[in-house]
Design a protein around this ligand. Sequence first.
Ligand SMILES: [Zn+2]
Length: 148
Amino acid sequence: MVNPVAPRCPQCGSPVTDESATLIRHSYGSPVVWNESWWQQPPRCFACGFELQSDVTVKTGHSSPVQEGHSQIQIQPGVSLAWTFLDYLDYCPFIEIQISRTFAAESGGLAQQERIRLTPEEWQAIAAQLQGPLQPLVHQQSWWIDTT
Ligand SMILES: [Zn+2]
């Protein structure tokens, strides 16, 4: 089910996209979605310009005795295209998270750079698990051992 109505901006309360501009009908009854303009434009609120992407830094990850570790986290929307049938081009939105860490781990651990793209439904499922039955995972703590 496609919802052509844009959600409200968390900053100003107006719809985040100009709904009249999204009422472009495509061939063969293709649906009209409020976020179609994000395919080619930065994700900003149409009314107030609020950026619907973020760049935050948190103290986390590996640390050394002389430098505390941190992660820079960038979150932004994107669109994935796939030919899923003969002449059927499917546009699937995703939310991309890129992380840059102060320190990398040994192989198989936390990398210095990470990038993951998941659909909104996948992110919602993950958030529901981490806010529900898997909540203790969010409260894990780091520890260290001095080997000298
Ligand atoms: Zn706004």
